[in-house]
Write a protein that binds this ligand. Structure first.
Ligand code: CAA
Length: 251
């Protein structure tokens, strides 16, 4: 088995709208994949198993709450014992708690921060020593176009997602000489349950503003993640890769 195919990837939010497709594309690239997510209902697990069946035990599910630092450390330590360590970390766990600031409760703010921002700290913290000791690592953090532009009703989400790329850039500097790259992928509006929950009228206005003329597909995002997680992507670090159908263009 060559190095690339023996690499182990941990994908948080691995049962989610983007997460499943990220797991599939990493497995397609030959990686072994652990899809970490909250304990799931039988129905959700069955749907996950069906979507990943073609990869057999190359993709497995582990229950893990990213907002729980100890849970992240415990899972990563077990994966180190059982598989030799996590080589690729994709932080795709994310939630929304949309409300204009005047209506937003402290609970909506803190719940979102615990998952979308603390979660990135917790998992990265847990894998970092192993990656730097082994001299190889790929960390890909999923941000959002709404972290770049701001969105009405998303002061919490936009703040966390902008924070995610600040985190990527700072950690990229700390690990650049250790063979560990840290990058961000910023999806636009995608065909996922999270976006399906946006009121239909608002969603229609958003789609009308996407130059490519459609929502993103999870595969569009997973392709960017797999690219940044490749073994030969070692000169790409601290990058934000927007994948938004032209919804927000910048340089
Ligand atoms: N821009 C400017 N003004 C707006 C506005 C907008 N986009 N949306 C609403 N308003 C105005 C209304 O016209 C109204 O004005 P008046 O008070 O003068 O009548 C006022 O703001 C309403 O404010 P409320 O606080 O009462 O808003 P609300 O409670 O009715 O709805 C909301 C707020 C729940 C956030 C709703 O706007 C909404 O769901 N917006 C969509 C947010 C969104 O896009 N979320 C993305 C989720 S998917 C995702 O996040 C994935 C990803 O990464 C892309």
């Amino acid at each position: 088995m060559d190095a690339a195919s023996s690499r182990l990837a941990l994908v948080t939010g691995g049962l989610g709208g983007l997460g499943i497709e990220i797991c599939r594309q990493l497995a397609q690239a030959g990686r072994r994949v652990v899809a970490a997510d909250l304990p799931a209902s039988e129905a959700r697990l069955a749907s996950f198993r069906e979507s990943t069946a073609e990869f057999g035990d190359r993709i497995v599910h582990e229950a893990m709450d990213v907002s729980d630092h100890d849970a992240c450390v415990n899972l990563v330590r077990r994966l180190e014992r059982e598989h030799g360590g996590v080589d690729i970390l994709v932080n795709a766990a994310g939630i929304t708690r949309d409300a204009s600031l005047r209506k937003m409760t402290p609970t909506q703010w803190h719940e979102l921060m615990r998952v979308n921002l603390d979660g990135v700290f917790n998992t990265s913290h847990a894998v970092l020593d192993g990656m730097t000791e082994r001299g190889f690592g790929r960390i890909v953090n999923i941000s959002s176009v709404n972290g770049q532009t701001g969105q009405f009703g998303q002061t919490n989400y936009s703040a966390a997602k902008a924070g995610v790329h600040g985190f990527s850039m700072a950690l990229a500097r700390e690990t650049a000489r250790k063979g560990v790259t840290v990058n961000t992928v910023s999806p636009g509006y995608c065909d996922t349950p999270m976006v399906a929950a946006v009121p239909a009228e608002i969603r229609a206005q958003i789609v009308a503003g996407i130059p490519v003329g459609r929502l993103g597909q999870p595969a569009d995002i997973a392709r960017a993640v797999a690219f940044l997680a490749a073994d030969d992507a070692g000169y790409l670090t601290g990058v934000n890769l927007p994948v938004n159908g032209g919804y927000f263009m910048s340089f």
